[in-house]
Design a protein around this ligand. Structure first.
Ligand SMILES: *Cc1c(COP(=O)(O)O)cnc(C)c1O
Length: 424
């Protein structure tokens, strides 16, 4: 494993493919399956179960893991039927220690920092700028290892659940009067000038962990490659990672065909979409406008070039969703038993558009990557159901019914609700 800067100006980890090829595709599959069902340290983790592909040199004693990964991939049968898709699957990356996919990358980064400190490298602290989920993951993993962490957040622009995570884990938490891009400017300076270790996604170690998501999806589908993988994108590290994992599977012969990748952006933070409209010939950072999909409210994505390369390799499409589209998509899907974070809503809305254009066909196998747990983002749901979400009509509101505790009154109302909502 070594580093190059050959891709998009950012460092990336390069693996020794000749070494990896000494193991056959069938042997890798068998090994990954076996480890997925064990709790042997550190292989019980979905990330570390693929250690040779991710970060071979870290010593198992220095791995910092919460057994992340192995999040469920499930068949969204009822929702799929409603929108005319028989084979729709949701990969629930939010079912993880800190409630988002960021754990997959952070376990690798913090493990390597832990290893460097064990080797005597004087790393004083780790730091990140965040739209809420990176800071939660960094704070938890750093706390688990006893490494000082400091996080820079845009004040008032992240959810309460996200804010309380680093607070509870004892990180040094700054809420700054700026947006994510402004926090990024600060953290870059403390990294350069003050020797603090930067944990943002330009750090290629995170990509190594996050790339397991695509491998895991294929593994969970009994090594069958889906036709489409749809992923919401902000800083664009996750889509780059997804493609990198698939690349390695192709390279080592575990799969022979490619899925198509769709990046879904909020219309209010859509620099990649705008660039896609111009065939990726020009890229202009934008000032991202507020979106309920706050984790992707990013106007100047760090991994833009890597993402464009990834999209070119995977016959990619970029689609966008307005606030009303993303919220309604999330809420309609919730009615079939899901509980979507707004970023997942962006991905679902993009999928609906591709389905309407019949670009996604009714028999295609589609996987939507759900990036965070819905419980981190209850505020927008509450406001939606109270019909108070600005610019959104609330097509399926379901506010609680407030009544006196009187049996007769309650019964009459209940029977009326059952009859109107579920007519025979
Ligand atoms: C970080 C994040 C994203 C965006 O991932 P990028 O790598 O920045 O494109 C999407 N959804 C959630 C919930 C996130 O935390």
């Amino acid at each position: 494993m070594r580093y190059t800067d050959s891709e998009g100006g950012l460092l990336q980890v390069v693996h020794d493919k000749d070494e990896l090829r000494k193991t056959s595709a069938e042997e890798w599959k068998a090994l990954f399956e076996e480890r997925a069902h064990s709790s042997v340290w550190p292989y019980g983790s979905g990330v570390w179960g693929k250690k040779e592909w991710v970060c071979p040199e870290v010593h198992p004693d220095n791995v910092v893991s919460m057994f992340e990964g192995h999040s469920n991939l499930f068949w969204a049968k009822r929702y799929g039927r409603e929108i005319g898709l028989e084979d729709l699957w949701i990969k629930l990356c939010g079912n993880s220690h800190t409630g988002s996919f960021k754990d997959l990358g952070m376990t690798v980064l913090v493990s390597m920092v832990n290893e460097m400190r064990a080797r005597g490298n004087a790393i004083r602290a780790v730091a990140c700028a965040s739209t809420g989920d990176t800071s939660a993951a960094l704070s938890a993993y750093a706390a688990a290892a006893g490494i000082p962490a400091t996080v820079f957040l845009p004040r008032g622009k992240i959810s309460l659940a996200q804010l309380i995570q680093p607070v509870a884990n004892g990180a040094i938490v700054f809420a700054l009067d700026t947006d994510f891009d402004g926090c990024m400017e600060i953290v870059k300076q403390v990294a350069e000038k003050d020797g603090i270790y930067l944990a943002n996604s330009m750090n290629s170690l995170r990509v190594e962990g996050q790339k397991t998501v695509g491998i895991e999806i294929v593994q969970q589908a009994d090594w069958e490659v889906p036709d489409w993988i749809i992923i919401p994108g902000g800083n664009l590290g996750n889509v780059s990672a997804l493609a990198k994992g698939l690349d390695l599977m192709l390279d080592l012969g575990l799969i022979t065909r490619k899925p198509r990748i769709v990046v879904a952006q909020a219309e209010n933070a859509n620099p990649l979409y705008l660039s896609y409209q111009r065939n990726f010939e020009v890229f202009e950072p934008i000032a991202a406008r507020p979106t309920v999909a706050s984790a992707i409210q990013i106007g100047n994505p760090i991994s833009y070039e890597k993402a464009v390369d990834a999209l070119k390799r995977y016959d990619g499409i970029v689609e966008q969703a307005s606030e009303a589209e993303l919220v309604e998509a999330a809420m309609h899907a919730d009615r079939t038993g899901l509980f979507n974070c707004p970023h997942t809503g962006v991905a679902l809305a993009a999928m609906l558009k591709l389905r309407e254009r019949d670009e996604i066909r009714k028999d295609d196998k589609v996987v939507v990557i759900s990036t965070a747990h819905g419980l981190k983002f209850t505020d927008y749901k509450l406001r939606y159901h109270q019909m108070e979400l600005e610019g959104v009509e609330s097509q399926v509101p379901n506010p609680p019914i407030e009544l006196a505790a009187d049996y007769g009154v309650v019964r009459d109302r209940m029977l009326r609700e059952i009859d109107t909502r579920f007519p025979l």
